[in-house]
Design a binder for this molecule. Structure first.
Ligand code: COA
Ligand code: AMP
Length: 622
């Protein structure tokens, strides 16, 4: 009989080094690890491996070259393509050769600003093959955000495509890249541009190269063994300011953790098909579109489309049935969007669910009503699980792969083996599990979690300062009497908009940059589909004109500087913001007003009339 969740969790906590060295046997090493956690270095210091070899080549060497590695399903272009492990190896090796010919070697950074197409996977794996460090930037970010990431990661090369396709809208990427590189201080050597059929982009002489030509002329490059503690990638995520945090993931711990998670959390094995309907620009895409399934020898499904509108709310279920998907992962927002279009689940009834065993949800809290709707129609376990870009893989889940199916709507499950949680109160004292507290994880974190923040070691250290010996997650929650963990929201100013992580502080910085704005506050407003959307309140400078266009100018400014992903649609111009006597804006009070709660003026408020003004402005917008 296989080990139960309780046994595995107990083993992981009793002797973490032995536990993870055991899990490391799932990976092919050039130098196998003989040490687990090494303070100051990371997991498996001294060992050597190549992540790309583990994700691709070794499956070909094991005789699985003809098996499907990647299914590219693109309803927005009408394309379906199956790529075998042998074809994947050849494409990745040539892409690596293309990069090597441009001077990319181990440790160099490569920024990837690309849509959901196979070449994006080839590019990520090609970087891993060379020991280069990729930094994928989500296509919904605007040029100034791309520029910030270029300046921080200082890449040699930027890889892009002529466009992304958002539903029926073509988004030309190249002008965004050109603008970003104008804004960036860091000079890059080359842009390699993939021309897509939907849109042809212009090239800048000397700097830009045509992907197809460079690829055709490239020789395949071999895998370069790297230290387990060498970085595999940098992925920027929202912090609490306008400066994104560059989460650094090391090769060794990442490979071990992801391979372990595929079998033990998701319950998939070589030959199974796994689909994460996310975007490679987010951590879910990195871990469970690209690396996790391929490391585990599964088929991964790359989907270029939306849950609704490409062409309808049945697209997910048809794709699941057509491709024999075993386990599916998406964000609750996607299910809410489908439910709105297909409340009675007619599309699910029409197609069935094929070989599907379970659906996992993450990215934001899965509200009980969405879970209940999905379980009723799918007639399968719908499993909420919790994680963060920093962690790289789930830390709270129902470990389906260990035979566990316990679920409670509203809870993200139990601690995943390797993670030991604690709750703290505002004063940093250990808190009672039953009441909401600040959620922290005992250090050292298990393999696969961030090893530092790029160019920001102090920022990384700060995550471990509030509660010595623990990593502060930034989330609040509690543990119920049966051990289920309930995540109730963030303790900082990060909001989740359609599963996308954004900082309200950053949006405020952008709005405050408008010449007519004196001050502003941005809060998360509850939204039936996206979970949350930002809602802004702005005060005009004295003497500046309070014209009718101001709100649309602010919306355009945020879209232009942060990107369409910010989804700011609601801006209220007010005379004054509610503040404490010490001048702090009462954002929590504003948020409750926006969400329709009855709010009494708190005793610390300086200007109770401001609440009336906020209420009035909300009546004017919705
Ligand atoms: N490139 C360019 N623009 C992009 C983009 C990309 N890769 N991704 C999103 N955008 C744009 C969208 O076109 C939209 O622009 P618009 O304001 O002009 O309509 C805007 O950014 C907001 O996008 P999104 O948040 O995706 O909203 P939507 O209304 O287009 O779709 C959902 C809503 C719920 C269907 C969609 O958000 C979804 O599928 N979410 C799943 C989230 C997810 O996978 N999260 C990852 C964590 S698991
Ligand atoms: P990201 O780094 O983009 O993955 O966002 C991480 C944040 O999303 C977490 O800190 C949570 O606030 C939120 N989150 C992710 N998954 C869940 C979940 N299952 N339940 C509640 N919140 C979640």
């Amino acid at each position: 009989m296989s080990a139960s969740y309780d046994e595995v969790r107990a083993a992981s906590l009793a002797d973490p080094d032995a536990f993870w060295l055991g899990a490391a046997a799932a990976i092919d090493w050039d130098t196998p690890p003989d040490r687990g956690w090494v303070e100051g270095e990371g997991w498996f210091a001294g060992a050597r491996l190549n992540t790309c070899r583990n994700a691709v080549d070794r499956h070909v060497e094991a005789g699985r070259g003809g098996d499907t590695a990647v299914i590219y399903e693109s309803p927005v272009t009408g394309t379906r393509r199956l790529i075998s492990f042998a074809e994947l190896r050849d494409a990745v090796a040539r892409t690596a050769g293309m990069l090597a010919a441009l001077g990319v070697t181990k440790g160099d950074r490569v920024v990837i600003y690309m849509p959901m197409i196979p070449e994006t996977l080839f590019a990520m794996l090609a970087c891993a093959r060379l020991g280069a460090v990729h930094s994928v930037v989500f296509g919904g970010f605007a040029p100034p955000e791309l520029a910030k990431r270029v300046d921080d990661a200082t890449p040699k090369i930027l890889l892009t495509a002529s466009c992304g396709i958002e539903g029926s809208r073509i988004v030309p990427y190249k002008p965004l890249v050109d603008e970003a590189l104008e804004l960036a201080r860091h000079p890059i050597d080359h842009v390699v541009l993939l021309q897509r059929d939907a849109c042809e982009a212009s090239m800048t002489a000397a700097r830009d190269l045509d992907w197809a030509e460079a690829f055709a002329g490239a020789a395949p490059a071999p895998c370069v063994p790297v230290a387990a503690t060498d970085p595999l990638y940098i992925l920027y995520t929202s912090g609490t300011t306008g400066t994104p945090k560059g989460v650094v993931r090391q090769n060794g711990g990442h490979a071990v953790a992801l391979a372990w998670s595929m079998a033990n959390i998701y319950g998939v094995h070589p030959g199974d098909t796994f689909w994460a309907a996310s975007d490679v620009g987010w951590v879910v895409g990195h871990s469970y579109i690209v690396y996790g399934p391929l490391l585990a020898g599964c088929t991964t499904l790359l989907f270029e489309g939306k849950p609704v509108g490409t062409p309808d709310a049945g697209t997910f279920w048809r794709t699941i049935v057509d491709h024999d998907v075993d386990v599916f992962f998406t964000a609750p927002t996607a299910i809410r969007a489908i439910r709105k279009e297909d409340p009675d689940g007619g599309f699910i009834d029409a197609t069935g669910t094929g070989r599907l065993k379970a659906m996992f949800l993450a990215g934001e809290r899965a509200d009980p009503s969405t879970i209940e709707w999905a379980e009723r129609h799918l007639k399968l376990p719908v499993i909420d699980h919790w994680w963060q870009t920093e962690l790289g893989w789930p830390a709270i889940a129902t470990c389906f792969g260990l035979g566990d199916t316990r679920r409670r709507a509203g809870s993200a499950g139990f601690p995943v083996p390797g993670f030991r949680f604690a709750l703290f109160d505002e004063a940093g004292r250990g808190a009672d599990n039953a009441n909401d507290g600040r959620l922290a994880i005992k250090a050292p974190l298990p393999p696969g979690c961030f090893s530092t923040l790029w160019n920001n070691e102090a920022g990384y250290a700060r995550s471990f300062e509030s509660f010595p010996g623990f990593y502060e997650t930034g989330d609040a929650g509690h543990i119920d009497g049966d051990g289920f963990l309930h995540i109730m929201g963030r303790t900082d100013d990060i909001i989740n908009v359609a599963g996308h992580r954004l900082s309200t502080g950053q949006i405020e910085e952008i709005i405050a940059g408008h010449p007519a704005i004196a001050e502003c506050a941005v809060v998360g407003a509850d939204d039936r589909i996206k979970g949350m959307v930002p809602c802004a309140f702005a005060v005009v400078k004295s003497g500046a004109s309070r014209n009718d266009q101001l709100a649309s100018e602010i919306i355009a400014r945020v879209r232009g500087e942060l990107g369409p992903v910010a989804a700011l649609k609601r801006v209220c111009i007010v005379d004054v913001l509610p503040k404490t006597r010490s001048g702090k804006i009462l954002r929590a009070v504003i948020r409750r007003l926006v969400n329709g709660e009855d709010v009494d003026a708190p005793p610390t408020i300086e200007n109770p009339d401001a609440l009336i003004a906020i209420r009035a402005s909300l009546r004017g917008t919705s």
